[in-house]
Design a protein around this ligand. Sequence first.
Ligand code: FES
Ligand code: FES
Length: 161
Amino acid sequence: MSRDHLPDEEHKMRIALHVNGNPVEAEVPTTMRLLEFLRDRLHLTGVKEVCAEGECGACSIMFNGRVVNSCLVLAVEADGGEVVTVEGIDHPVQRTMRETHAVQCGYCFPGMVVTAADLINKTNNLDRATIRAELAGNVCRCTGYAKILDAVEKAASEKGN
Ligand code: FES
Ligand code: FES
């Protein structure tokens, strides 16, 4: 059955949450994913959809302090929560990704930034193997990963890791 014909498409619920520090209230279908709410209602199009099944990380966001795949979260589950998308992130890893030319098509980039920034913020003494393991949930089809790892290593070392 396609998503357009789910039986409870007409059931709606009012939600209130914070997105990138701003209060947001909306009425949403109970079947709407958080990914769609962020992209289609709030126009936060840095949140990308690729696999839609939790495998690629393109839709990564911060939700209540943790990186999650927004394609696997319903908008109604975000009620009362704190969401941060790439649009709400200002982190040195964004600059180091540019400096190391870590981006090609850019489709993976927002999710990669969300995951990498959280990793650097929360972890000390990051080595390349750990960075590679922690970024395993963010798939890049273009770069071969080496320059992404360079960028994350560089940002981590600037922090003093
Ligand atoms: S689109 Fe969400 S993990 Fe791929
Ligand atoms: S730069 Fe194209 S998917 Fe990563």
